[in-house]
Write a protein that binds this ligand. Structure first.
Ligand SMILES: [Zn+2]
Length: 291
């Protein structure tokens, strides 16, 4: 694990810092660290008694407004976190730290109810039978336009079985393809290095490839906290380790010479009225090299 010293979106070095804690589930899954209680039995002189959790920092970029966890997990730690994502072992561990999770997780077994809205947004830009790569698509359950795809590929770090019709591909296999559409749906908020992640995707894009990018526009990022900065309101980190501002997202795309074709703020999950995502279609800009 590295501790971030620069902004993950614009590479700026001016970062405001706020102490925070890492969710016990994440600490357990990634590091095998458990919360503990420091008692008199420990016999410590300068350490106060009480509950001890994994401490970390919230960082906020002064330039682009990106708010993020300072801990940047390496590939091995990311694999530990997302191996068997939402399978029985994952849910059992998470339910131990977050009672009720396993019951809530039942709702992840079906395609998200808002995916038809994504398909309607993409349709005007797509051929009749598009070749699609879902980059970080887990099982492929939520890949839009899969019903009419000429190719339906998934590239993902988790090892869960793909849905019917989907084929897992390595990065090298994906490089040999020409896709009409690459989708990244609610992945970017999880990754350790957003700039490297977008560069990887851009490396798979041909001039005609469109990227559909979807990521949470968290309520905290949409609202004005008065005299409290956004970063200072974020005291607890879970699997979403990146909170994007609109400017941060633009800086991130510009870093890979991607330009926005269409964008919207889309409400998802009707039951949760505060859930809004950035929903963006992008392509390689004129100055970008072919992948
Ligand atoms: Zn920044």
């Amino acid at each position: 694990m590295k501790i971030a010293k620069r902004c993950g979106c614009c590479d700026g070095g001016a970062l405001a810092r706020t102490p925070a804690v890492l969710a016990p589930f994440i600490a357990s899954r990634v590091f095998d660290w458990e919360p503990t209680e420091i008692t008199a039995d420990w016999g410590l002189r300068d350490i106060r008694q009480g509950n001890a959790y994994t401490v970390c920092n919230t960082l906020e970029c002064v330039d682009c407004g990106f708010v993020f966890l300072d801990m940047r997990f390496d590939d091995e730690e990311m694999a530990a976190l997302y191996k068997g994502y939402r399978d029985a072992g994952y849910c059992a561990l998470r339910d131990r730290f977050e009672p009720g999770y396993a019951a809530r997780n039942n709702t992840f077994g079906a395609q998200a109810e808002y995916i038809p809205k994504v398909e309607a947004f993409l349709a005007p830009y797509m051929p009749a039978a598009p070749r699609i790569l879902d980059f970080g698509g887990d099982t492929g359950m939520n890949t839009p336009l899969q019903g009419r795809a000429a190719a339906f590929h998934i590239h993902d770090i988790s090892d869960v079985a793909p849905v019917k019709g989907a084929t897992r591909v390595s990065y090298e296999e994906a490089r040999a393809q020409a896709y009409d559409l690459i989708v990244s749906i609610q992945v970017l908020e999880h990754v350790a290095d957003p700039r490297a992640h977008i560069r990887e995707i851009a490396g798979l894009m041909k001039p005609e490839t469109l990227l559909y990018l979807e990521l949470p526009f968290e309520e905290m990022m949409r609202t004005d906290g008065g005299n409290m900065s956004r970063g200072s309101r974020k005291r607890h980190w879970h699997e979403h380790i990146n909170f994007f501002s609109e400017k941060a997202l633009h800086r991130l795309l510009a870093d890979s010479s991607l330009e926005i074709v269409a964008s919207q703020l889309m409400p998802i999950y009707a039951a949760a009225r505060h859930s809004i995502v950035f929903s963006v279609i992008a392509r390689k800009g004129d100055g970008a090299k072919s992948g």
